[in-house]
Ligand binder design. Sequence first.
Ligand SMILES: [Zn+2]
Length: 350
Amino acid sequence: MISKTEDFIIAGTEVSPGTRRTLELPVASLYSHAPMTLPVQVVCGRHEGPRLFVSAALHGDEINGVEIIRRLLRLPSLQKLRGTLLAIPIVNVYGFVNRSRYLPDRRDLNRSFPGSVRGSMAARLADLFLKEIVDRCNYGIDLHTGAIHRENLPQIRANLDDEETARIARAFHVPLLLNSDLRDGSLREIAAERGIPMLLYEAGEALRFDERAIRAGVKGIVAVMRELKMLPATSRRRKQSEPLVARSTYWVRAEQSGILRSTAALGTRVRKGETIGVIADPFGAQEHDVHATNHGIIIGRTNLPLVNEGEALFHIARFESTREAANIVDAFQSDELPLGPALDEEPPIV
Ligand SMILES: [Zn+2]
C-alpha cells in the first residue's frame, strides 16, 4: 500500500506534498467551557511512500514519547521524506494535563479501542483517533514508558508472528523484542485487525525524561523510516547486533510489605535463585531476600522502595540464551547513540 503524491486530507484540511501542517482535531471540551483539541502534525513528503503515524502519551503521564516526537520533527532529513508522517505527541490530552495515565472518566484509553461515537469519553477519543489517524496510515509506532515509579529497559512489543511487523520491529534499534498478540482493546490489537503493522516502544518511567530512552526512541523511529524507504538510507552503516526475542517474561513480587533495597539494576542478567533485593521493616528486624525465580534479564523494575505485599518489583525476560541477551543489552547500554548534527547541538536532558 503506497500513497500517491497528492494532497493528504485530514479533518477537512488539505496538506500538500512538500509541506507540513499542525491541525487541531476537536475533542470534548473541558467543563470549564475551555475548548480541547487533539494536536496532530502532518508532514507530507514530496514523493510517494507509506503513511506512518507516530503517537505518544496515550497514557497521559508517559511523556518520554512527547520529547521523542519533538526531536523527530526537528530532523532536517524530513525534507527528503517519502510518504506521509503523522505525529501525535499527546493522544490523551486530558490525562497529559492532569499528569494522569487515565482519562477523567478513569478509563484507560489503551483498553478502549475501537471505541464508538456514542460511548464513554475514552471510547469517543479512541474512535476519533482510529478514524482520523490509524485508518489513514499503513504503519504505526506508539510510544510508551513504564507506569508511575516503574522503569522499563528500552524494548519493542509487537506481534512478531506477522512478517511485516517483525521486519520493522527488527529495524528499530533496541536490543530486546517482546512478542505479544493481545486481545485487550489496545490500539495495537485494533491496528493488527486492520492489517496495519504497529510497534509499541516501551522505555523509561512515567512523568520522567530519560535521555537514553529518548535517544533510542528517535533513532529507532528513524531506522524504521529508513527500512520503509521513507527516509534515504544512511551512508555509513554501523554494525548492528540483531535484537533478541524474549521467550517469555515473568514478574517477581513482594512476598511481604516493607522497604526494598534493590541490588539489581535494569538490564542486569540474573540467575535462578539469585538475590536481587532485600525487603526490610524500618528497624531492620525483619529482612526478607527477594530472589529471581528464573534466569533472565531485568527489563522492568520499580523505582519506589516502599512496597506492599504482592506488588510487582522486577519484570524479567527469558531468552534462549541469556548470555547472548546480556551481551546485546551491554552493547546497547554502552553505545553513545548519536543523533546527528542537528540534534547533537542541543544539550542532553540530565
Ligand atoms: Zn503506556
